[in-house]
Design a protein around this ligand. Sequence first.
Ligand code: PLP
Length: 432
Amino acid sequence: MADGPVDLALLPMNSVIGDNGELSIAGVNVLELVEKYGTPLFIYDEDELRLRLQEAISAFGPNVAYASKAFLCKAMAELVVEEGLRIDVSTGGEMAVALAGGIDPSKIVFHGNNKSIRELTEAISIGVGTIVVDSFDEIERIKRLAGMLLDSGSQSKSIKILVRVTPGVEAHTHEFIKTGQEDTKFGFSLASGAAMKACEIIKESKEMVLSGIHFHIGSQIFLTGGFLAAVEAIGPLVNSLGVKELVIGGGLGVAYVNGEDQLSIAEWAKEVKKGVVASGISSDVEVTAEPGRSIVAHACITVYQVGTIKKLPGIRNYVAVDGGMSDNPRPVLYGSGYEAFLPREANAQRPMEARLVGKHCETGDILVFEAHLPSDIEVGDFVATPVTGAYGYAMASNYNKVPRPAVVFVSSGVDRLVIRRETTEDLLRLDQ
Ligand SMILES: Cc1ncc(COP(=O)(O)O)c(C=O)c1O
């Protein structure tokens, strides 16, 4: 029922609703957290983050990488280190934060469709574990840089390379987050022969070692059909090259709203590995992945404070909060859906229909298009949206000079601030 309570399955793993209706996560009362840190506030259940990282390792083995674009800060990188995964970074910035979190460079998988000379120089100099190449220009750049840097005493002998292949399949997801089709800026086309050509150049080069094939068909994908079609398409290339690693990217979809269903990481791995066997890919090929959203999305809620409520008779109700598209641009970018609820009465019925909007100067500044809320909601209340752990803070901006929110991790009754709230000084620190 849309006007029933928010589905508890959408809340972080250690969520408990007390007898008074108040929500706690990992033994920490959410209302006390917002009292302490203010709003908007991202609250992550640290034990759930760890559990998802462990699940990824159990499903795909120790070479699985966490896709840090979904959410990255030093504390997150530290969890990845502690749980033993590799980390996927797609810019020099993500690489720097991962290193600051203590990642061993050999565990970095460096992605990106347009890596700069500076970024590649840094990556090669520190000895990143793997570079995922995306274009012929980049292959040339790596050869040239490796020739210079490896001669001049860099630690690595030759660079491990994965080739990102576009398998030519359409994933069932939003147009902007589909990446496996022919018409894309990413990777080398399988159909045109570009993928084979890239692999041959790498195999002939003394600076690079072809360690495997990579594909990533998109994000927020619920059906495994796209992954299976990609595996089937890529199988002959993998076999003919005799490579020992196949990376199926990320992309596993997560449930955002009541009634949605999702596969676990284990189920996803099982299905895809079945497809690998069915496609005749040699059994000594290691199949691994780089999940992002499915690790971090569900572990987090964002809490806002209600500033105004406008009831436009015959049109709609607007509930405006103190954040918006600057801390969660997904609704504006992809029309994504979310639930909303009040942490003071987390299991309340939600008969009031409203649009949950932010404080930005855009009509499109929408957090929940068709929110259901308790009818006693009032100005000053705290309202939360669940499943905001992926591509929320990661995509946050300072639009309208709104400071970015704080992020806390909670575990075993203890909260710790992992990213402090920005201040006015932060907003001015680049101005000369
Ligand atoms: C190359 C690559 N790998 C992994 C991911 C992570 O995907 P997701 O967060 O959907 O698991 C992405 C996300 O866009 C990506 O581009």
